[in-house]
Design a protein around this ligand. Structure first.
Ligand code: ATP
Length: 209
């Protein structure tokens, strides 16, 4: 299995990208020895409000944020597909494009808690493994359908192509794009919460005002 290329998938709205997206991605990359980590901004997220800034601007902010990390890549696949962004479609397409690779989809415990509401989640588990990263105030689900999925599929290390779930107690950063948008709207500083280059871009383009 380890001969395959390992590609991490970090999906999200990235409205805007912040250190709570970046540091976990680096820790997942290193812990699971991934060959690369793809940042996949949703074009039209299905489980939440429409992003405040355009897909192109969210991409530009990601590009600035990941510029110095060679294994981090921006993947515009959901933006090119257009319409509502369903992870199952994204993974199907990536699997066609990268037939020699094993996909590892990362998500925080908050996202995983709702994973059983995602379209065709069973199919997602046929296309990829999951890494669930711990997020402040969001325990790893232990009850209900999601608790059952977790206990049934949890492994200490990935040994198969797909369908396994690992969890990773990464450095806890109590940050969210919602909080950052609120700071920006109120003109509060966002220093040390997101890359300087992204903060500068937001200022130059007068975003989130
Ligand atoms: P919003 O506040 O707008 O909902 P967000 O900051 O939660 O946004 P998204 O772009 O929706 O970020 O993030 C998608 C993914 O990033 C999810 O899997 C989420 O769990 C993860 N994530 C976001 N912030 C953190 C954080 N501080 N620590 C760990 N994971 C995070």
């Amino acid at each position: 299995m380890q001969l395959k290329r390992l590609i991490g998938i970090n999906g999200g709205t990235f409205d805007p990208i912040h250190f709570g997206h970046l540091r976990p991605a680096l820790e997942v990359l290193n812990a699971l020895h991934l060959d690369e980590m793809r940042f996949v901004p949703a074009y039209q997220p299905v489980h939440r409000d429409t992003p405040q800034v355009s897909a192109e601007q969210r991409c530009e902010m990601i590009e600035l944020a990941i510029k110095n990390q060679p294994k981090f890549k921006l993947d515009r696949i959901e933006i090119e597909m257009g319409g509502p962004s369903y992870m199952v479609q994204t993974l199907e397409k990536l699997k066609q494009q990268e037939s020699d690779a094993m996909l590892v989809l990362m998500m925080g415990t908050d996202a995983f808690a709702k994973f059983d509401t995602w379209r065709d989640w069973q199919r997602i588990l046929k296309l990829a493994n999951l890494v669930v990263t711990h997020r402040p105030g969001e325990p790893v689900p232990s009850e209900g359908e999601i608790g059952r999925i977790f206990h049934h599929r949890w492994v200490p290390n990935l040994t198969q192509e797909a369908g396994q779930i690992v969890d990773l107690p990464i450095t806890q950063l109590d940050l969210s794009a919602t909080a950052l948008r609120s700071y920006l709207t109120h003109g509060d500083p966002v220093d040390y919460l997101m890359p300087e280059s992204v903060a500068r871009y937001i200022k130059e383009h007068k975003l989130y005002r």
